[in-house]
Design a protein around this ligand. Structure first.
Ligand code: ADP
Ligand code: MG
Length: 343
């Protein structure tokens, strides 16, 4: 009798093992989806039986957010805020939260991130494709209206001064990444990786339990990676001077991250900033802000707030990274590298 029970439980456990390995096998096939939205290519891959439905929901969410945030679509909430001529505009939870985040990071980064920089960015042609170096008088005039502190968010309304304009390009993809992670989790997905035009974000680790390996581009040669970081459950967000740039008539390179201090492309010693942390929104805001802040201020920010890691590349070709990455970064570049001192 005892023998039979033993046998029965053996059969049961064999069934369980085969059932588990069968479902594992099923879930190890990645489902993938490519989307073009927010002016960039996005790729998503998720594992698990509900991956298809999760990816469908994620794609819908991307389009929903894009519709709120587009600066050019006359139906978008940002467009309505920008054309309200100083009046208060009712907005959705998403827009309120992102604008609030914009104000928060303006304060936290001492104005390096300023979502009201939009008119200056536009003048340079980054929004229209009509690239040119504006004259300094035009920039000075436009800068008068740039003030992250003048943006008011109250519950579900946003108000900006007449003549000001905002854009969430510096943080929208980060927020979108967090939203997609939540959709995946709600669908029971435990392993996924997305790339929203350079914003990489991972849910869990690879299905075999190993870390995701994320390459970070060499800003001096963007077709190659300068390093790889091994991560799980993290966002890896890069802002670099090699994306969206043009060569002016003077032969100089100009790029799309603007220093609100002078209205020129930020040129404070850094050519690339990658921020690695738990939340896409925070990493996105900080990658842009630390790029603007420059070599010294970026390092002191990282020393003060130790919740994120970062890889900085200086314009004289040095890689600086936080100690938290020491065990998970593999550098393949010839550039000299060093850990950012924390004392
Ligand atoms: P990417 O969009 O290439 O991922 P970023 O996250 O760094 O790069 O965002 C850059 C975008 O943010 C610009 O295209 C512009 O829309 C906006 N932007 C540029 N400079 C600033 C700034 N100082 N503060 C806030 N937003 C900015
Ligand atoms: Mg950013």
């Amino acid at each position: 009798m005892k023998h039979r029970i033993f046998n029965a439980s053996l059969i049961l456990s064999a069934m369980l093992i085969s059932f588990t390995s069968c479902s594992n096998k099923q879930s190890q096939t990645a489902k993938e989806r490519d989307v073009f939205a927010m002016d960039t290519f996005m790729t998503m891959k998720a594992y698990g039986d509900s991956a298809d439905i999760a990816l469908e929901q994620a794609e819908n969410r991307i389009h929903e957010l894009e519709n709120c945030l587009s600066v050019t679509n006359q139906e978008s909430e940002i467009y309505k805020i920008n054309s309200a001529d100083g009046a208060e505009v009712p907005v959705s939870y998403d827009t309120a939260l992102m604008v609030e985040a914009g104000v928060f990071y303006w304060q936290e980064t001492k104005g390096a991130l300023d979502i009201s920089i939009y008119p200056v960015l536009s003048e340079w042609g980054f929004t229209t494709g009509d690239f040119h170096v504006p004259d300094t008088a035009t920039i000075s005039k436009l800068l008068e209206k740039v003030d992250g502190g003048s943006i008011e968010v109250n519950d579900f309304t946003v108000k900006i001064p007449s003549g000001s304009k905002i854009d969430l390009g510096a943080i929208a993809k980060g927020y979108t990444g967090d939203e997609i992670m939540e959709i995946f989790q709600n669908n029971g997905i435990t392993s996924a990786l997305i790339s929203l035009g350079g914003n990489v974000q991972a849910l869990g680790s690879k299905p075999d339990g190993s870390d995701w390996r994320v390459g970070i581009k060499d800003p001096f040669s963007p077709d190659t990676n300068m390093c790889v970081v091994s991560i799980s459950d993290k966002a890896v967000v890069t802002s670099g001077n090699y994306e969206r740039c043009f060569t002016g008539d003077d032969g100089k390179e100009y790029w799309h991250i603007i220093d609100p201090d002078d209205g020129f492309p930020a040129d404070n010693g850094l050519v690339s900033v990658t921020v690695i942390g738990e939340k896409g929104l925070r990493c996105d805001a900080l990658s842009t802000a630390l790029f603007v802040a420059g070599t010294d201020e970026a390092q002191s920010y990282l020393r003060n707030y130790r919740d994120v890691d970062a890889v900085l590349v200086t314009d004289d070709g040095k890689i600086l990274y936080t100690d938290g990455l020491s065990k998970c970064i593999e550098i393949s570049s010839d550039m000299p590298s060093e850990v950012i001192p924390y004392d």
